[in-house]
Design a protein around this ligand. Structure first.
Ligand code: 5GP
Ligand code: ZN
Length: 134
């Protein structure tokens, strides 16, 4: 993926504020952080989204997120942490190279992440459960 910006960043062709690097991943600071310390975990091998991620990488990414979470807690003294991972334009994905957002949260940080809770009847939930499992 010669034109993929996250391929270039992950593989060191474009410099970034790197927090961690190993054979599979590079963890960088987001250029437009939602909060102080907002980081992105990038696999070095191109995968457009979660759908394309090899199982080995999918398994490893959460182990790495856990390690980075501890560092964020210890060093940034954040009060909480959001993990966000967007897949597809409809979900807000703007860079088509899998990335996991790690967003440290601070009491009264003024950030608004989340969704508007909806409503569903038991019948609707059951219909969805059937659609997804039967
Ligand atoms: P998405 O909306 O695709 O889930 O998130 C893309 C993220 O990548 C955004 O938070 C954006 O700020 C960040 N980003 C886009 N281009 C660059 C870049 O060149 N360098 C860094 N460090 N972050 C980037
Ligand atoms: Zn890529």
């Amino acid at each position: 993926m010669s034109e993929c910006i996250f391929c270039k960043i992950a593989n060191g062709e474009i410099p970034s504020k790197t927090l961690y690097e190993d054979e599979l991943f590079r963890v960088i600071l987001d250029l437009n952080p939602a909060t102080r310390g907002h980081a992105l975990i990038l696999p070095k091998a191109h995968a457009a989204s979660l759908y394309d991620l090899p199982d080995e990488t999918a398994e490893a990414v959460l182990v790495l997120a856990k390690r980075m979470a501890q560092i964020m807690s210890d060093r940034l003294c954040c009060d909480g942490l959001n993990l966000i991972q967007n897949n597809g334009e409809a979900a807000g994905q703007t860079v088509s190279h899998f990335h996991l957002h790690m967003i440290p949260r601070y009491v009264n940080d003024g950030q608004t992440l989340g969704w508007v809770p909806g409503e569903a009847t038991q019948e609707e939930l059951e219909e969805i459960r059937r659609e997804m499992t039967e």
